[in-house]
Write a protein that binds this ligand. Structure first.
Ligand SMILES: Cc1cc2nc3c(=O)[nH]c(=O)nc-3n(C[C@H](O)[C@H](O)[C@H](O)COP(=O)(O)O)c2cc1C
Length: 341
């Protein structure tokens, strides 16, 4: 048993737990389908954080929520289920159902910067109304009893100067966890230079909350720097998983004073093959998602990416990947010029 604080479980009031404090970030359009199974099969995550489920005109039926949650629960790891919306009562009712279905924690998304989400007043727009955050977390708690609720925020909508008011609302509501991405909503995903100072400020403002830091963790050293400079209680990494699906394992190993284990050529190719192997997709299905994951694993400039881009659909992409052998895939130069169809 190690003493590293990030390797300690988070045990909630109802006895449910997250095994460590090193978690995958939610990514709509990514952490689902074949990515979910490829990651779970390799034990690259020990808990899942779902992308947001939008609660708009009505609380979805239990059966619909069950269908949505099931792919995450199926892996047997604890699940943080994320909700987004503007109606506190509906969010609270949906949260209670999700807990009943087996979610370990239900999270309130106050972070999403997507224009369509913001135009409906949801996601990151909620940061403009800290009282709403407070009311909604309290409504969720009332509906969920001693089950865990959390909130995911950015450090502000327009400016990090908004953080004290947001933090005051959160302190008062006492969620079990706070996930904080170091950018403002306006900053989208643009580079910032003072992310760690901002998270350190969040730490000061939320001294009694379990604060999980987020933003720009691409390797174990980034996570360590965040831990040292921001004193966060854990970390979630999102886009870094696209480059290195084993990133959370590397961070875990770092906490054990072990070096990272880079994926071998064949592990990388196997991972991509699993992404392309999506039996639920029809024969003519597009392979945009495979390209996206290939770009993360091999780079946009790689020959493998270019060859995949020439495939016309998922079936061709699959055939191409199964013809490759791993050391060719990592250089992939010899594949150029061959017609993948
Ligand atoms: C494609 C994509 C989809 C995302 N979807 C969600 C989402 O559904 N819910 C959420 O809270 N954050 C979402 N995020 C934000 C990430 O969870 C994370 O907060 C952000 O990317 C910063 O972390 P990173 O630098 O480790 O990527 C998404 C990010 C990306 C790139």
């Amino acid at each position: 048993m190690t003493n590293h604080p990030w390797l300690q479980p988070i045990v909630f009031a109802d006895g449910r737990a997250l095994p460590t404090r090193i978690l995958p970030g939610p990514m709509e359009g990514v952490t689902e389908g074949s990515f979910l199974s490829a990651m779970s099969k390799r034990h690259f995550v020990n808990a899942w954080f779902t992308p947001f489920l939008r609660i708009s005109t009505a609380v979805p039926r239990r059966s619909r929520l069950q269908r949505w949650l099931e792919p995450y629960l199926r892996n047997g790891t604890p699940v943080i289920a994320q909700l987004m919306g503007v109606d506190s009562a509906r969010l609270a009712s949906a949260a209670a159902i999700l807990h009943g279905l087996g979610a370990t924690c239900v999270d309130l998304n106050c972070a999403c910067p997507s224009p369509s989400v913001l135009s409906n007043g949801g996601g990151g727009k909620r940061l403009c109304d800290p009282d709403w955050i407070n009311r909604t977390l309290n409504a969720m708690r009332e509906a969920c009893g001693n089950r865990a609720i959390s909130v995911k925020i950015r450090v502000g909508f327009d400016s990090p100067e908004e953080l004290p008011a947001i933090a005051a609302a959160i302190r008062n509501a006492k969620p079990a966890l706070v996930f904080c991405h170091c950018r403002t909503v306006r900053e989208l995903y643009r580079p910032i230079s003072d992310g760690r100072q901002r998270l350190a400020k969040a730490r000061d403002l939320l001294p009694d909350c379990l604060l999980i830091g987020n933003g720009d963790i691409l390797c174990a050293d980034d996570a360590e720097a965040m831990r040292q400079k921001c004193a966060v209680d854990g970390v979630i990494a999102a886009r870094g998983l696209l480059r290195n699906p084993a990133l959370l394992r590397d961070i875990h190993d770092h906490c054990l004073d072990r070096p990272p284990t880079p994926l071998s050529d064949s592990e990388r190719l196997d991972f991509l093959r699993d992404i392309a192997d999506a039996p639920e997709q029809g024969p003519g299905a597009k392979h945009g998602f495979v390209l996206r994951i290939a770009a993360g694993l091999y780079g946009h400039d790689s020959a493998l990416f270019h060859e995949l881009a020439r495939c016309r659909n998922l079936r061709q992409a699959n055939e191409y990947l199964h013809r490759l052998n791993a050391n060719v895939a990592s250089t992939a130069a010899p594949c150029i010029g061959k017609d993948p169809s």
